[in-house]
Design a protein around this ligand. Structure first.
Ligand code: MSP
Length: 684
């Protein structure tokens, strides 16, 4: 199996993730899943970038240690990746010993090659970029050309890397490797940046405690980008004993990953593809500095540095400082993680910028997912079930007008996926859905069953419908792993495809059970959705460290804010209820997947609770004085699942968490006596 190594950038831990951050990982996951289906030996890495001045400053601002800050944000990333079904093989943190060990080995090699020296360094420093700029490079008003933020004058003695020495080798690499930097526009930009002249790069900082001590230069820490970029090989065991020599594999465990996925020495399985995915803002680090470090250390270079565009909002890059970020939680709670995955990959031409809008999101959801995918599947399943007694039709069909369409669609899909043109791949699948719809509309099987009963002709038509949807769902596996499986099961295919051959015509079984179809993407009422959005509070930036105290301006809230008004005093003694009355209230076991304070409230906590439903439920509970968000996550709770939704401080609550109170009136959560009840279990 050809080795295929793909990586995302490692994320800074001074910010909570927004859709711009999760995008690269969703793309990488889609690609990893596709390459696995294509038969490659895939290794998929993501992780976090935890050192440097930005983290140091953020931790100081929040009154926590750098490690505490990192641990919290990392926990959030783990949780998010779980929600989105990210199938990474490894998660590297730059504070791990295995990483530090590898960084030291990389520096040792660079030093041995004579590429480091000490010199005075003065210049304009952008702290968010962790980069020096020359006067000429600054934007108008002496601002950072990337962030538009104020820069600071720094003057210090640094360790320098002889980057200028690699100017020509870098140009040669780019020119002799057409795939080295994608897309072409980025390649041209990087090429002209190099051609305009490279200056040596300062790779140490003084006066910065939060970093890896620079070996051989006391008082210096390793520049955060040299530290961070190394993650791509330290995660493979580079620097671990015996791991780094370019010699055939001896089978020693720590070295085998490096040998399989980075070294060119292991030719048996073919030279590995080594692809780094990232946003365009950090392409220079990956396509100039990183290859130069690797050349200096005598190590193989990435095969492709792939830079995608930015997610914009109102034509501006999303950023916390601008206050226009889109966070994934609400979208996930409302539409499910797969719908967000679909939207992000469908809406962006990979490589160019794209703009996020709530309206476009609902439109795509309704037209592509609810209508094209959901309705086509449900239509054909419903008619088939009615006609053939809850089974797939007894006949298959290998001669009909959908076959050439499906063949072409699969070829286009594969070509697009191989080129990372995700939007085109989805478009191709939707062409097959449209043709299938048309095929059914023209033949009207729902009328045929009434007029003629379950004839052979009807069997073939319906089988064709199921088969076309099966092929679409197989192609959707990399994009929407959960939903694609649901659709496959819905059209009678129980075995999840393990390779791309499954997209060939003919896989739907005959006379196989066809269960009743649960709605996959119920249509969203757009008007209501948009007006709900307007009336909800504007997004406040959540603190990075959840322990930061929230300002209290909220009126005292009930524990379970969505509860109906308390009965009048005279009616306080509860009357007897029948079992039917009791059962009218749906109590369910759930697990808290996410919790954060509602901005400007010291009592309210917003929770996402897994009730065994397709998406986690959003609830708001007045338990913030007794519980911190972190201690709630992972705990089981009991939820009134059929309570009428209500809004608290602009946040919708779709249910209520049960709690008792202690003598001081503090809430005590009620939960199952022992773990083990599956989420969604009815409590009775
Ligand atoms: N820590 C560095 C990367 C080191 S890799 C050795 C970093 N981290 S980051 O958290 O700031 O950004 C991570 C990724 O998110 C980058 O690829 C960046 O381009 C991407 N995005 C952040 N905001 C984005 C958008 N608004 N849109 C699309 N992606 C953007 O940089």
């Amino acid at each position: 199996m050809p080795p295929y190594y793909l990586t995302t950038p490692i994320y800074y831990v001074n910010d909570l993730p927004h859709i711009g951050h999760i995008f690269t990982t969703i793309v990488a996951d889609t690609l990893a899943r596709y390459r696995r289906l294509a038969g490659d030996d895939v290794r998929f890495l993501t992780g976090t970038d935890e050192h440097g001045q930005n983290i140091e400053r953020a931790a100081a601002r929040e009154g926590v240690t750098e490690q505490q800050l990192a641990d919290r944000v990392v926990a959030r990333y783990h949780e998010l990746w779980k929600t989105f079904g990210i199938s990474h093989d490894d998660f590297i943190r730059t504070t791990e010993p295995r990483h530090e060990q590898g960084v030291l080995e990389l520096i040792r090699r660079i030093e041995a090659n004579g590429d480091l020296y000490l010199a005075k360094h003065e210049g304009w420093y952008c702290s968010p970029c962790e980069l020096f700029y020359t006067e000429k490079e600054l934007a108008a008003g002496q601002k950072c050309p990337v962030h538009g933020a104020a820069v600071e004058w720094h003057s210090e003695e640094n360790v320098f890397f002889r980057l200028a020495k690699y100017q020509q080798p870098l140009l040669d690499w780019i020119d002799s490797h057409p795939e080295s930097i994608r897309p072409e526009t980025r390649k041209n930009e990087v090429r002209s940046f190099i051609e305009s002249g490279l200056r040596d790069l300062s790779v140490s900082r003084t006066g910065l405690a939060w970093g890896i001590p620079f070996p051989g230069y006391p008082g210096h820490t390793v520049y955060v980008w040299l530290d961070a970029l190394a993650n791509y090989i330290t995660a493979l065991g580079f620097g671990a004993e015996g791991a780094t020599a370019e010699i055939p594999d001896t089978g020693a465990e720590p070295s085998s990953l490096y040998r399989s996925f980075w070294s060119d020495a292991n030719r048996e399985a073919g030279a590995p593809t080594r692809i780094h995915l990232m946003g365009k803002d950090i392409v220079r680090f990956h396509a100039v500095y990183w290859p130069a470090f690797l050349m200096s250390a005598g190590l193989p270079l990435p095969t492709t540095v792939w830079a995608h565009g930015w997610w914009l909002r109102d034509s501006k890059k999303m950023s916390k400082s601008v206050g226009n970020v889109v966070r994934p939680d609400d979208l996930v709670a409302r539409f499910g993680p797969d719908a967000l995955r679909y939207y992000l990959l469908r809406e962006m031409v990979f490589g160019q910028d794209a703009s996020f809008s709530d309206e476009a999101f609902v439109d795509r959801f309704n037209s592509d997912l609810a209508n094209d995918l959901g309705n086509t599947a449900s239509r054909v399943v419903t008619v088939t079930r009615g006609a053939f007694g809850g089974k797939t039709p007894p006949l298959s069909c290998d001669d009909n007008p959908l076959i050439p369409v499906a063949r072409q669609v699969v070829a286009d899909y594969r070509e697009a996926m191989d080129a990372l043109a995700f939007q085109d791949a989805l478009r191709a699948l939707w062409r097959l859905l449209a043709e299938t719809n048309q095929y059914l509309v023209v033949r009207e099987p729902w009328k045929m069953i009434k007029a003629e009963g379950p004839t052979d002709a009807l069997a073939r038509i319906l089988w064709n419908g199921l088969e076309a949807v099966r092929i679409v769902a197989s192609g959707l596996l990399p994009f929407m792993p959960t939903v694609a499986r649901q659709v496959l099961a819905a059209v009678g295919t129980t075995a999840v495809p393990e390779n791309l051959e499954a997209m060939a015509w003919g896989g739907t079984p005959t006379a196989a059970p066809l269960p009743e179809l649960a709605p996959i993407f119920p249509r969203i009422d757009k008007e209501k959705f948009m007006s709900d959005l307007k009336s909800s509070a504007p997004e406040a930036t959540p603190p990075v460290a959840a322990a930061a105290p929230a300002a209290s301006s909220a009126p005292t809230a009930p524990i379970a804010p969505a509860a109906p008004a308390a009965p009048a005093a005279a009616a306080v003694t509860p009357s007897e209820v029948t079992i039917d009355h009791f059962f009218a209230t749906e109590l369910k076991v759930g697990t808290v997947k996410f919790a954060e304070r509602v901005p400007k409230s010291d009592k309210l906590i917003r929770l996402l609770v897994d009730l065994g439903e397709e998406t986690a439920r959003q609830l708001v509970a007045g338990i913030g004085k007794a519980y911190t968000p972190e201690e709630l996550v992972g705990n089981q709770v009991i939820v009134v699942a059929n309570l009428k939704p209500a809004k608290l401080m602009g946040v919708e609550s779709r249910g209520m968490i049960l709690a008792a109170t202690d003598a001081d009136g503090k809430p005590i959560l009620v939960r199952p006596h022992a773990p083990g009840a599956p989420n969604g279990t009815r409590v009775k």
